[in-house]
Ligand binder design. Structure first.
Ligand SMILES: Nc1ncnc2c1ncn2[C@@H]1O[C@H](COP(=O)(O)OP(=O)(O)OP(=O)(O)O)[C@@H](O)[C@H]1O
Length: 219
């Protein structure tokens, strides 16, 4: 049996050919575990997060999902592999089309996979899980608060029941009570589904509370 893990081996990645911002990184995300990732600003945490979320092609190295080597990134990633890994970004406004309703934001991954059976019921279910109900779901993304929009992004991330969640400073923009609510929702999901998390944060207290172990990424 292949190992049930999201693994990175020997990853070089960056934005300019021949000038990687992360070099020779090995990392494992195990189902049921929260791995924290810290490091100075600009050291490449978000770049590495994007590689692990399969939305940025590494210059070298291999990412595997449950033993399956990822051969193609971004839009070319096969659907079954893509559905296993979700990412949450720091700024929900930059990751959502402002013209969509909250309901449509949440439904996006299933629509993209043309999974329409039971779509409305699943959207309602996952919206309730993140604390969004009623009239809020009919509002467009530009007409809700950052915290409400990040809740929709969490629901969008959970809707495919991913096995791995990459959280790139997902609570940095939020107040303490919204942060606590989102982390609790995510932790409950991970316990119920046995999902693994990579949690990038500058918040030592949050990672001390939430992560099983913390990795330091240096320049
Ligand atoms: N889209 C991009 N195009 C070009 N360069 C980028 C892009 N995104 C990041 N970089 C560069 O890659 C390097 C690493 O950035 P990255 O955002 O991965 O660091 P980080 O550790 O997440 O920083 P922070 O903690 O400030 O968010 C930086 O020099 C940054 O300028």
């Amino acid at each position: 049996m292949p190992p049930a893990m999201l693994t990175a081996r020997g990853i070089d990645a960056g934005w300019v050919p021949g000038r990687p911002v992360v070099h020779d990184i090995d990392l494992d995300i195990v189902p049921g575990q929260v791995v924290g990732l810290q490091g100075p600003s600009g050291c490449g945490k978000s770049t590495l997060a994007r590689v692990l979320a399969l939305i940025h092609t590494p210059d070298a190295g291999t990412v595997s999902v449950d033993g399956q080597t990822v051969a193609a990134y971004r839009y070319a990633t096969p659907r079954d592999v893509r559905a296993k890994v979700a990412i949450l970004f720091q700024q929900p406004r930059l990751s959502v089309d402002p013209r969509l309703t909250m309901r449509d934001v949440i439904a996006e991954p299933l629509r993209a996979q043309r999974r329409r059976d039971g779509l409305a019921a699943r959207v309602e279910e996952v919206a309730v899980t993140v604390g969004l109900t009623g009239e809020l779901l009919t509002r467009r993304a530009h007409a809700v608060s950052d915290g409400q929009l990040q809740r929709a992004c969490l629901a969008r991330a959970l809707i495919t029941r991913p096995r791995y969640l990459i959280c790139d400073e997902m609570t940095t923009m939020l107040d303490a009570s919204t942060t606590a609510a989102l982390v609790t929702t995510l932790a409950d999901y991970c316990t119920a589904e046995g999902a693994g998390v990579l949690a990038i944060s500058h918040d030592d207290a949050l990672l001390t509370h939430w992560a099983d172990k913390v990795i330091l990424l240096d320049r």
